[in-house]
Design a protein around this ligand. Structure first.
Ligand code: CS2
Length: 494
């Protein structure tokens, strides 16, 4: 048996005999970017672009220091420390081709909960020019229905009283920006890479709201000095499975504790607004545009909402992956009709994009049989996703007199499985959602009060007052509760 090779800097040369490894001098690069929230997506997207840039146009200012603000970041911290920031990105093509690359863009990792002051110092360091974020839709701490900053969050309460012991991203950013201002260093850019419409504007509004409460002078400085570009990010990145780890070990004798897998498609469109310089990402395919909003809206309302449509209906039916949904013609047709009749009409024209081909390409991407993106990943944190991806489309259609039945069934299905916590085959569904309890509590009143689920105001806002909507919703709830065969209900609508 051949020796297994552990992934780390010392072994790179050896590993390079089998897999592409970074050719640039990692030790000569500064981490101009601090990235908060190093999940699979960051490692498949921004870190990959940064790696490509270093490969082709070495730039000494632009490496990444990963940062984790939560206890749950312990594992990524440990793995990246042990592997010198290195990991394998396994790109899986629809035709079965698999391309592993060792990515070197993450130079270091900082677990903020271990030492908050060191994390603040890192962000306040003169080399840091950008703080980028993938903290998920839920991480922005606003009420999904009103958009207002949530001051009742105990962590926010704590950090307002103890600014040197921050807990949330806002506590960290303000502490670090204060330090920069006091040391007369230029501000960094705050670059949100989350799936939120106007993600930069949202980050800005939330940070300023928090900062005004904490320190109005500092808030004014942030308002003037910090840029928050909006961006649209895209690459489907499933959860890493044990078989991905085994694949590297079996085929390359490589021991990587936490590789990342993704599809070949990648896209990043950003507004060119930076406080303190930026990498020349355009050299590796990133698009800089004056206004990203139409692109964001198209992507969130088609791709992300499309995912949730398949994910929620698929979870209830018992499909375990997105590609399994796409192999089922009822699901594939349902998705297309949702996109064509409920989303396309509410989108603004997008320069340079043919909507039909965009939708065709989404279908191909979702159908990629090698990606095996689990519906459980898609359904996780639906309470943060649906109010951003799906409910706005539903409301737009109610306002304009458009079709809204495809989206409505998804909400009724979501209610049903939040109530039963199982799919229609009777198999348990694990609901991964910060609002899991509230969702279940509300949904289980449905028998007595068919509108119970919609009373979750923070999610649905005033949707419950719309008679046109509630009439259809109640009808669908009655159907699903009397005959749990979601596929049949879907077919009847096509
Ligand atoms: C997915 C996204 O989490 C979700 O619901 O829709 O993670 C999606 O895969 C990415 O946004 C693709 O860019």
């Amino acid at each position: 048996m051949k020796d297994k090779t552990t992934l780390n800097q010392n072994n790179l040369k050896r590993i390079g005999d089998y897999i592409s490894v970074p050719q640039y001098g990692r030790e000569t690069i500064n981490s101009g970017i601090v990235h908060i929230g190093v999940g699979g997506f960051h490692r498949a997207h921004q870190a990959y672009y940064t790696h490509q840039l270093q490969e082709q146009f070495p730039a000494k200012d632009w490496g990444i220091c990963g940062m984790g603000l939560r206890k749950g970041d312990q594992k990524i911290n440990d793995v990246l420390q042990e592997q010198d920031g290195l990991y394998t990105l396994i790109i899986k093509h629809p035709n079965g081709k698999v391309e592993p690359h060792i990515i070197g863009a993450i130079l270091d990792f900082n677990l903020a909960i271990d030492n908050p002051l060191a994390a603040i110092d890192k962000m306040a360091h003169q080399d840091t020019k950008i703080v980028s974020l993938t903290i998920t839709e839920g991480g922005y701490n606003f009420n999904p229905s009103t958009g207002a900053f949530d001051f009742s969050n105990p962590d926010v309460q704590h950090e307002l009283k103890n600014p040197n012991d921050p807990k949330t991203v806002y506590g960290y950013l303000t502490a670090a920006l204060k330090k920069r201002r006091d040391h007369k260093l230029p501000a960094f850019t705050v670059m949100s890479c989350d799936n939120i419409q106007h993600n930069g504007d949202v980050a800005r509004t939330m940070l300023l709201t928090f900062a005004k409460k904490l320190d109005p002078d500092l808030a004014r400085w942030i308002e003037q000095e910090v840029r928050f570009p909006n961006s649209m990010v895209d690459r489907i990145t499933p959860v890493t499975s044990a078989s991905d780890i085994a694949y590297l070990e079996e085929n390359f004798d490589l021991l990587d504790q936490w590789p990342v897998t993704c599809e070949p498609f990648i896209q990043w469109i950003i507004e060119d607004q930076f406080s303190n310089g930026r990498p020349e990402y355009e050299k590796v395919g990133v698009q800089f545009v004056p206004d990203v909003k139409p692109y964001e809206k198209m992507k969130l309302r088609l791709l992300n909402a499309g995912h949730s449509v398949l994910g929620i209906l698929g979870a209830l039916h018992g499909h375990s992956t997105i590609n399994a949904c796409m192999e089922d013609s009822t699901f594939a047709t349902y998705l297309r009709q949702f996109m064509d009749s409920e989303v396309s009409p509410i989108l603004d024209p997008v320069a340079g994009i043919d909507l039909k081909s965009y939708k065709d390409s989404l279908e191909e991407r979702f159908a990629n049989p090698n990606i095996k993106d689990s519906v459980s990943r898609i359904c996780s944190e639906s309470s943060a996703k649906l109010p951003k991806f799906l409910i706005p489309t539903l409301k737009d259609n109610l306002d304009r007199g458009g079709s809204f039945k495809f989206a409505t069934l998804v909400i009724a299905a979501w209610c049903f499985y939040s109530d039963k916590c199982s799919n229609e085959k009777g198999e348990p569904i694990e609901i991964i959602d910060v609002m899991q309890k509230e969702l279940h509590e509300a949904a289980r009143q449905t028998n007595d009060d068919p509108l119970a689920f919609l009373r979750l105001k923070s999610l649905f806002g005033d949707l419950i007052d719309n008679r046109k909507f509630t009439a259809l919703y109640v009808e669908m709830i009655a159907q699903i509760y009397s005959e749990d065969d979601i596929r049949k209900h879907m077919q009847e609508m096509l």
